[in-house]
Write a protein that binds this ligand. Structure first.
Ligand code: DOR
Ligand code: ZN
Length: 331
């Protein structure tokens, strides 16, 4: 049995820089036709010159594979001139509240002060991508941030807003309330709950931000993904960290899923008899929402066991050592 996907897209990906980028970029390009590249480098990608240099590095890392890097700028207060110059080079601007996650120290501390830039983004049709977490209790951070989304969506009704990596049923419900509000969801938040991270022995390789939530949250997200909810896109948030920064005290946040995300999604959608919805969830919705024309790329999978490697370079993937029921054709 085989299954074909056309131009799968990963609408939220961390490719890093240097040696790590050389390890992970070809893995994304192995199964995806393009990806939305996050800007939380050190220092952040917050100028057009840095963005263009980073794009070149990504393309060099990808090599001959077909892969379009959709670049993002790190949100700061930009001038109109800066935004006009950047408009044709970015898919959006990623807002991190200061300090909520990896390399977000330079993020936004006072949201009201970000509004003049949002107003220009609305005018220039530049989407706003958001890591939506408050500084509150860890299980409540996303829920507490929903009022911020409501405020921004009300204040800037023409601004395209993407709630990145949603983890709660309440975030999903907000999609119905605002026409220009969209969301990405990761693979790991469709698979695991807080129990898998910390309910038994601690699993550092599942530790991420936002933290996985309750079973009913996962069920709601999974139902929406399996239905290819028209406002929902696949974004892996695959976030590689070297093994010594995961298996230690002070474990870095991030789950590395990029190399097997497509295979696991096929397994998941097949298990729920919804393979017919996967194309929209993994590409069609994103093309429509962002108005993208990704490069043509046919990804062929076959129903054949594939054992997930223990490591890719010095990064441990999700499901390391486990056997998947689908593999990439030819692998
Ligand atoms: O788990 C996460 N890892 N969440 C984020 O928001 C950032 C990411 C990273 O860059 O490692
Ligand atoms: Zn991310």
């Amino acid at each position: 049995m085989t299954f074909e996907l056309q131009s799968p897209l990963d609408m939220h990906i961390h490719l890093r820089e240097g040696a790590m980028l050389k390890t992970v970029a070809p893995l994304s390009a192995g199964t995806f036709a393009g990806g939305v590249v996050m800007p939380n480098l050190v220092p952040p990608v917050d100028s057009l010159a840095r963005l263009q240099a980073y794009r070149e590095e990504v393309l060099a890392g990808v090599g001959d594979a077909v892969f379009e890097p959709y670049m993002t700028l790190f949100f700061r207060n930009y001038t109109r001139e800066e935004l006009e110059a950047a408009r044709d080079h970015v898919i959006g601007i990623k807002l991190y509240p200061a300090g909520v996650t990896t390399n977000s120290e330079a993020g936004v501390a006072v949201l009201e002060e970000a509004e003049p830039t949002m107003a220009i983004m609305e005018e220039l049709s530049i989407p706003l991508l958001v890591h939506g977490e408050s500084g509150g209790f860890v299980m409540d951070r996303e829920h507490e941030f929903l009022s911020v989304y409501e405020h921004i969506a009300t204040r800037f009704p023409q601004l395209t807003i993407i709630m990145e990596h949603i983890t709660t049923a309440s975030a999903l419900a907000l999609l119905d309330r605002f026409e220009k509000l969209h969301a990405t969801v990761t693979l790991h938040h469709l698979l695991v709950t807080l129990d898998d991270v910390a309910g038994g022995l601690l699993d550092p390789h599942l530790f991420c931000k936002p933290i996985p939530k309750r079973p009913e949250d996962r069920s709601a997200l999974l139902a929406a993904a399996l239905a290819a909810h028209p406002r929902l896109m696949f974004g892996s948030d695959s976030a590689p960290h070297p093994v010594d920064q995961k298996e230690c005290c002070g474990c870095a946040a991030g789950v590395f899923t990029a190399p097997i995300a497509v295979q696991v999604l096929v397994e998941l959608f097949e298990a729920h008899d919804r393979l017919d919805r996967l194309q929209d969830f993994i590409s069609g919705n994103a093309q429509r929402i962002y108005g993208l024309h990704p490069p043509e790329k046919t990804v062929l999978l076959e129903k054949a066991d594939f054992t997930v490697p223990a490591r890719y370079g010095d990064v441990v993937p999700i499901k390391a050592g486990q056997t998947l029921s689908w593999s990439l054709s030819g692998s």
